[in-house]
Design a protein around this ligand. Structure first.
Ligand code: AMP
Length: 282
């Protein structure tokens, strides 16, 4: 496994990759867990070369968000990636990714402004910009991303398509803890009671799927039930929506391919989760 810090070196390596080799790429912000590793394994399974990036991207954090406290453990991350036989790990410095003065940004209108984009202005501009930069450095055929960040996948699919980038996203299922909590690097913030409270996200989703299965097609009833599950656990709802999976627009009547998607604060920790409304397993 080769570790690369310099963007120029990453680009030189990717330019020299043999024609015909398939390149899989897994962008992450590190503090890796099974969710991340599932993406690495998927890339290893399908591609000739797997590149993982570890970069806590400052431009996707708002002024009052957790950039400084975001969990980091590079030594452990590298051990985990070695265990998965990743071929390259790209871990650049912020000052090399955004040399000052920095001017160039990518905006994906519409999709970036709803759901998490409404609560986190500028977030998806930061995400789209760093991902386009990483794609230009790594030149992957496939980018492995988690459905955990469902809106992120929608924004980036649009960005790649509309900017004529040939990289395709392979979106992979959410990996959960045995009790249903979606794995997230931010789960490390959840201590004591908060860890139990955090179960309200998956419980609300599970309940919504059950209501749908039992024939309920009333969006407001489903969302009201979700809200009451969340507040009874001490969570603070940022949003709960039932949306079209492609446009992310709210559905008037939920359909089999609709997505229930939510963001909830447990204390200071903001968590997200989503699932198809159809009653498969969570
Ligand atoms: P992050 O390090 O949070 O930026 O996440 C890096 C990638 O891992 C993104 O594509 C995420 O969607 C994905 N990911 C994060 N958590 C999970 C999870 N629980 N299951 C599957 N993929 C995940």
């Amino acid at each position: 496994m080769q570790i690369i810090n310099s963007p120029a070196e990453m680009q030189a390596i990717s330019r020299a990759w043999a024609k015909g080799k398939s390149i899989g790429f897994v962008p992450t912000m590190g503090f890796l867990h099974e969710g991340h590793l599932s993406l690495v394994r998927e890339s290893k399974h399908n591609c000739d070369i797997t590149v993982v990036s570890i970069f806590v991207n400052p431009s996707q954090f708002g002024a009052n968000e957790d950039l400084v406290s975001y969990p980091r453990d590079m030594k452990r991350d590298l051990e985990l990636l070695e265990g998965c036989k990743a071929d390259y790990v790209f871990c650049p410095e912020a000052s090399d990714m955004y040399p000052k003065p920095y001017h160039s940004w990518v905006n994906v209108d519409g999709l970036s402004e709803v759901l998490c984009g409404a609560s986190r202005p500028g977030h998806f501009r930061g995400v789209a910009t760093v991902v386009l930069k990483l794609v230009n450095l790594v030149k992957p055929d496939y980018m492995y991303m988690g459905e955990k960040d469902f809106q992120q996948v929608a924004v980036l699919n649009t960005m790649l398509k509309e900017l004529n980038v040939l990289t395709r996203i392979a979106s992979c299922p959410i990996v959960r803890e045995p009790d249903g909590l979606a794995m997230s690097s931010r789960n490390t913030y959840l201590t004591g009671e908060a860890r139990q409270q955090a179960l309200c996200l998956s419980k609300a989703i599970f309940n919504a799927k059950l209501m749908y299965k039992e024939g309920c097609r009333n969006v407001n009833s489903i969302i009201t039930e979700c809200q009451s599950i969340i507040s009874s656990h001490g969570g603070e709802t940022d949003y709960i929506k039932i949306v079209n999976p492609n446009t992310l627009l709210e559905e008037l009547i939920p359909k089999d391919d609709s997505r229930i998607i939510l963001a909830v604060k447990i204390g200071k920790t903001r968590l997200i989760d989503n699932a198809s409304i159809t009653p498969d397993t969570l």
